[in-house]
Write a protein that binds this ligand. Sequence first.
Ligand SMILES: *[C@@H]1O[C@H](CO)[C@@H](O)[C@H](O)[C@H]1NC(C)=O
Ligand SMILES: *[C@@H]1O[C@H](CO)[C@@H](O)[C@H](O)[C@H]1NC(C)=O
Length: 244
Amino acid sequence: MNSLLLLVALILSSSFQDTHRKLKVSIYYEALCDDSKKFLLDQFYPAYSRIGSNLLVDLVPYGKATHELINGEWEFQCQHGLSECVGNRYQACGLALNKCQDKQIEYINCLMGSVNASSQNTLEKCASKLDVPAVDIMKCSQSRRGDQLLAKYGDQTHKVQPMITFVPTIIFNDSFDSDIQESSLKNFLETACDVLQNKPDGCQKKNFLNTPDETEIDDFLGSVKNDDKGELDHVSEDKERRSN
Ligand SMILES: *[C@@H]1O[C@H](CO)[C@@H](O)[C@H](O)[C@H]1NC(C)=O
Ligand SMILES: *[C@@H]1O[C@H](CO)[C@@H](O)[C@H](O)[C@H]1NC(C)=O
């Protein structure tokens, strides 16, 4: 019995130390914002798969919205319109319904990587990543609780100093730093590894090389432009096929 208690004490104290050794990363973003998508999908998610256990992630789905209590009801305006508020609510509610960080990241990555992060189909597809029934997330997002969660994220967003002007805004250990912000957008893994005191294996230099540098991005953009045309061709093919 005593040894069991000792074991419990050891586990508790080691997880306590872990929380203190972790780098807290807050991400202020919004559901329908291209820059948020790009950061979460191309920078954050791949880095998380390497050093996630060293990060304490604080996702804040609100961005450049506003909220106001009118006659006891929360009213929101979102930067990309009403459906963005729906998307932000799906995220706020999902994050509240399962606190497991790894599952949260899978869920958010699934939503942000979908064509429409505000659609019910997307929610149904992504809820399984969180192990929460989509209907529970939906209910929350249409209820007072959804409003309150979103308003709470709004208050947190509005407290940031200096005021957030760019979405996504990335903050380490609760204090905004414009160098961290800029370099996180370019290479999040390298930026996080830079400030982590005990470098995990995921911080090996060779991992940074996977991130495209400036010239590769230009090449990529060039190829996207060409691909765009390709995609349009596919669309018209699809239309033809459908009308046949
Ligand atoms: C995304 O889904 C929402 C909810 O169904 C809808 O209101 C919105 O128009 C959709 N957006 C696009 C770009 O299709
Ligand atoms: C944030 O805290 C972590 C853990 O204490 C530490 O390793 C890191 O250096 C800190 N980073 C910054 C930018 O303060």
